[in-house]
Design a protein around this ligand. Sequence first.
Ligand code: PMP
Length: 362
Amino acid sequence: MARTVPQTAGLYPYVPGKPVETLLREKGLNRAIKLASNENPYGPSPRAVAAMQTAASEVHRYPDGDANGLKEKLADFHRVSRDQILLGNGSNEVLELMIRTFAGSDDEVVYARRGFIVYALATQAAGATGIAVPESDGLSHDLDAMLAAVNEKTKLVCIANPNNPTGTLHSNAALQSFLDQLPRNVVVIIDEAYYEFVADALGDSVHELNHPGLVISRTFSKAYGLAGVRIGYAIANAEIVALVNRFREPFNLNLLAQSAALAALDDRAWVMARVSETNAERERLESALEKMGLSGGRCFGNFVLLRHSKSGEILHRLEDHGIIPRPLAPYGMAEFLRISVGLPEENAEFLTQLETIMTSLS
Ligand code: PMP
């Protein structure tokens, strides 16, 4: 048996949502609705698809290793300088690079117990110690307790806003008060993967939040509908970006991804329209779950939470009907299922099946 680094012990691979093909094979079905990975069911802007088709004729060439065009466009978009932008193969890579750059053995990384799971995985992979702080009400990050967990060993704090899987949101004012009390040499990642869905309520965090170690991460996987091509980025101080770039693989943002992101940024109207449709559908799903007594709490983002003591049985029965939710047992939330907002007809089908299941369960 090959010998691994010690941090492999107790580390399990990230378990993504069940792929449609897997469920079809398992259940002998010919059609399934995946509501398991917080994807955008509408897909990306047609302009992004056209840009990738054009770029396909260039894939024998390496991409621009620094993604200069995209960096410039994102810098303009956010009114920051281009050396403040770090690009990644999905925001997962951005998070992992940050943790790898700033935390090693003897260092601590503070995150919420039910924060996005990649913080814990990347921390352990880096050989650092994760400090998982319990939520105040089981769902919402306890910012005071997270501050209290910070000590001289703390190199990073990770906060998802909104958080996946709990769907909770903190205002920029609450976060700024947290940042004001955080030591200036700690790097703090505010992971805004679902930012576009809450932009109106939250405001412009890039310019409203201040801390020398602040890193805001965003993604094209959710509102932009480009999860399959893997594009994420962070906005931070130029010094932080320069340090993390030392660990970044050359060409980490592939040619199709760069062209898709550039085109997607030119079609803001398309993104905003999908965001408002998704938010309206999420509210519809939330009020239906509420009426059935199944609500797992108010969610910000493109997903809702279902809570029931028999959630395992509900999961299997939904899968029997070709619907794929996400079980939250890996987060210690065994009573919860996370349901991503789908197309209106997919959400309607989910609710119809759920009602039938609940009638037979009671
Ligand atoms: N952060 C949060 C809070 C997420 O939910 C996700 C996706 N599930 C990510 C980061 C990573 O997304 P991606 O790598 O596709 O950008």
